[in-house]
Design a protein around this ligand. Structure first.
Ligand code: FE
Length: 144
């Protein structure tokens, strides 16, 4: 599903295999390495991606899938503990994707299928970083 190299203590270069789903692969990597806090960034190419938009007025999630070849021009996110399962990683990742016409779309990443490559950089923190549900926003915010 991926290859990786630890280039410094707690810092990893991660190459995901072609055709894998990004969230699934990153979750598997975090479980394998026991990473429950950190940051992630990267680039790549996908043929399908589902983004989520939260409308703060209605608190409704709007999910949309784009089935086309896109460049991941930027992937940024963080890793913390699941609020409902503190022993498991919680990924919060946002993506900007470039289309064939060079315009960009993006949002909160639910899933994306690699078609080409995906090169990621993960920095693990040796610290406790949890989350809690915030009733005001309806979000799982950092619990620090
Ligand atoms: Fe988000």
């Amino acid at each position: 599903m991926y290859q990786y190299k630890e280039v410094a203590p707690g810092r990893f270069v991660l190459s995901l295999d072609n055709h894998v789903e990004i969230m699934e692969a990153v979750s598997a990597f975090c479980v394998e390495k026991g990473i429950l806090a950190g940051v992630i960034s990267g680039i790549g190419a996908v043929c399908e991606a589902t983004f989520r938009f939260l409308d703060p007025a209605t608190r409704q999630y709007v999910d949309k899938t784009f089935s086309e070849q896109m460049e991941i021009t930027g992937l940024e996110g963080n890793i913390s503990r699941r609020p409902d399962d503190p022993g498991s990683p919680y990924l919060h990742i946002h993506v900007t994707a470039g289309r064939r016409d060079y315009s960009c779309i993006g949002g909160h990443l639910l899933c994306a299928r690699i078609n080409g490559a995906c090169e990621l950089f993960v920095e693990a923190f040796d610290a406790e970083v949890g989350r809690r549900f915030d009733p005001e926003t309806g979000l799982n915010l950092y619990k620090l």
